[in-house]
Design a protein around this ligand. Structure first.
Ligand code: HEC
Length: 247
């Protein structure tokens, strides 16, 4: 090809935002009194150092909001009487990472180690009896959709969900309670009975023409397999009971 065509292609490729970058940054809005305390200047560089993820402070329209408790979201810090929740408004994985870090022991210790110039220190939120709903974001949300569309034919895919309840088919919650659940969800499409009716785009071999799928075939993408994993990761493991027979 002519040199100029190659150059145009290279320039076009360079101009494309690198996909990884999207996930290294998220936007964050914090309550004004928290911003004024200097807490974020203290914890964000430490978070960035640990995770390689960076928060960009904005005034609104953020991926994540650290705001005075309003009944929703995950309570992450308290100061005096005030309780602050972290609310994730988009599926930005870097923001989810921040939520994980902030609620982890390391994150909580980092918050507690900060000494504000004035006013009381920040502390972990008081424990409440209320169970905070897990709001599914991004991939996990897609994963639940894929599960409900394609897997619920046989599996019970959520605690509320119903399934045709084919006796030998394990519920997702039961599978989630196995120590190697993630390996099973990464490879289920290679394990019977799935290969007979389910293809993963670009990964599974085509169906054997001599043995057409016994039920309406399903095709899902590798990204959807990942999304299923993200969804199942957030499910509460079932009390195993007698549901699963170890094989
Ligand atoms: C036609 C019914 C059917 C559908 C649809 C189905 N499964 Fe299954 N699945 C089964 C049965 C039956 C088993 C148990 C197989 C066994 O015990 O050998 C199973 C087992 C599994 C296991 C456990 C595998 C292991 O390691 O033991 C996983 C994980 C799984 N399915 C995921 C899925 C996902 C994800 C979907 C949707 C994309 C799906 N299944 C759709 C019937 C189905």
């Amino acid at each position: 090809m002519p040199v100029w065509v190659a150059l145009v292609i290279i320039i076009a490729l360079l101009a494309l935002p690198a996909k990884a970058d999207e996930q290294l940054e998220f936007t964050l809005e914090v309550a004004p009194e928290v911003a004024a305390s200097g807490l974020m200047d203290y914890i964000l560089p430490r978070f960035a150092l640990k995770t390689g993820r960076r928060a960009v402070m904005v005034e609104d329209g953020a991926d994540a909001r650290l705001v005075s408790e309003s009944g929703s979201g995950m309570h992450v810090i308290a100061r005096g009487e005030a309780v602050y929740a972290l609310i994730l408004d988009t599926g930005n994985p870097a923001a989810e990472r921040f939520a994980d870090w902030l609620s982890s022991e390391i994150g909580q210790n980092t918050v507690a180690a900060f000494v504000p110039e004035d006013g009381p220190s920040f502390a972990p939120p008081p424990k409440t009896e209320a169970v905070v709903d897990i709001v599914l974001e991004g991939d996990a949300k897609l994963g639940r959709k894929v599960a409900e569309t394609h897997c619920a034919r046989c599996h019970r895919v959520s605690p509320e969900g119903t399934a045709m309840n084919i006796g030998s088919t394990p519920s997702f919650a039961a599978l989630r309670s196995l120590p190697d659940w993630d390996a099973r969800f990464a490879a289920f499409f290679t394990l019977n009975p799935h290969p007979a009716f389910l293809l993963v785009t670009g990964v599974s071999p085509p169906f054997d023409p001599a043995r057409p799928p016994p039920i309406v075939p399903v095709e899902i993408t590798p990204a959807e397999v990942d999304a299923l994993g993200a969804y199942v990761a957030r499910m509460a493991p079932a009390d195993l009971g007698a549901e699963i027979i170890s094989r």
